[in-house]
Design a protein around this ligand. Structure first.
Ligand SMILES: *Cc1c(COP(=O)(O)O)cnc(C)c1O
Length: 369
């Protein structure tokens, strides 16, 4: 049995007719930039996120960058984020000219350790970018409290958390702006690069849309310099089809996670767990194994046709890209340790119970006792 980490073709087969039809329509109408599909997606995704406004952009990294720029963040400012994420989170901060300030993770949730944020706040701090990693919401209440106390803005990185719930509130609707990626492998994935930001602040939405479209309000009426980062019509049309299926796909991911938890419970793996009030959406199903056995387990699973991944093998502060910050791995002990022990097992809505069982049996054979 060959089981990839993500199977995009399996999903395409279930919606092929709808997708092919909508793509043909966009091409026939030459509605490539802007147009009805983009408008419809922005309206639909704002509603899905319980937000007043949605601005479609070119990708998730740009969504974060545009969000921070719209909040006025730039050179001389500091922005706090988490030590375990995809580099895009930190890159977007640096792209504004601000300095990225990392906080270690909570070893049980892999999200930002909220008890370690306040000590990183200085007079230059302007914002916090919590990441809902693997689809599990970060602990937003204490984060919002710190923000209120110090007058900071909150930009949620929801690139892995479409539809995740934190105490009944949907990811992206809690802070000032929520940023999404529709990279093909994400829970809501386009067939190319795409992204969006959502907010309840009309002024922010207007600034973001203007900055993402060359700083203009009319065709050649540029109030400022901006960038070119727009959601294109083909991707929006594809996302419109997929958005309707997202709630069902999310439930399938959650069922698959529950099956993994059931079939892996007697192994030595540390499994993800759910806390009251949180509804994770399992962009990834991440387990933890001792460092000495991880490579062997990955190789054994590979020999059985089972793909695995590591998200992420090097914590952000330990990357060469951030050597200029002069951190030591011991400055972020939990993120550093986790990076050597985490392992992502195959996770996608179309994964069958048989496949989960096969993966669990393969893991159990290697980690018993
Ligand atoms: C994918 C991802 C991004 C970036 O999104 P792109 O669309 O690839 O630019 C940002 N943050 C996190 C946590 C991600 O997983």
């Amino acid at each position: 049995m060959q089981i990839p980490l993500v199977d995009l073709n399996a999903q395409y087969q279930t919606i092929r007719e709808e997708i092919d039809k909508t793509v043909a329509e966009v091409i026939a109408n030459s509605a490539f930039i802007g147009g009805p599909a983009v408008k419809a997606f922005e309206a639909g995704f704002a509603e899905y996120c319980n937000a007043g406004y949605c601005v479609g952009v070119g990708n998730g990294t740009d969504a974060l960058f545009i969000a921070l720029k719209s909040l006025g963040i730039g050179p001389g400012d500091e922005v706090i984020t988490v030590a375990n994420s995809f580099i895009a989170t930190a890159e977007a901060i640096t792209m504004t000219g601000a300095r990225v300030v990392f906080v270690d993770i909570d070893p049980e949730t892999y999200n930002i350790d909220v008890s370690k944020i306040a000590r990183k706040v200085t007079s230059r701090t302007k914002a916090i970018v919590p990441v809902h990693l693997y689809g599990r919401p970060a602990d937003m209440d204490p984060i919002m409290e710190i923000a209120r106390k110090h007058g900071l803005k909150i930009v949620e990185d929801c690139a892995q958390a479409h539809g995740a719930l934190y105490k009944g509130r949907i990811a992206g609707s809690i802070g000032d702006i929520g940023c999404f990626s529709f990279y093909p492998g994400k829970n809501l994935g386009a067939y190319g690069d795409a992204g969006a930001l959502v907010t309840n602040d009309e002024g922010l939405a207007v600034r973001a849309r203007m900055f993402a479209n060359h700083g203009r309000i009319g065709k050649y009426d540029h109030e400022q310099e901006g960038i070119n980062s727009r959601l294109d019509g083909l991707q929006a049309a594809i996302l419109n089809v997929k958005l309707k299926h997202l709630p069902a796909w999310t439930e399938s991911r959650r069922e698959n996670a529950a099956l993994y938890n059931k079939y892996l419970q007697n192994t030595s793996l540390i499994l993800p767990y759910e806390t009251d009030g949180l509804k994770p959406v399992y962009h990834l199903y991440v387990v933890r194994v001792p460092h000495e056995t991880r490579e062997k387990l990955q190789a054994d699973l590979k020999s059985k046709g089972i793909a695995t991944g590591i998200h992420y093998p090097i914590a952000l502060p330990n990357l060469k890209a951030y050597a200029y910050l002069n951190h030591k791995p011991s400055d972020f002990p939990q993120a550093t340790k986790a990076s050597s022990e985490i392992l992502s097992l195959p996770m996608y809505p179309e994964l069958s119970e048989e496949q989960v069982k096969f993966i669990a049996r393969s893991v159990a054979g290697k980690t018993a006792g």
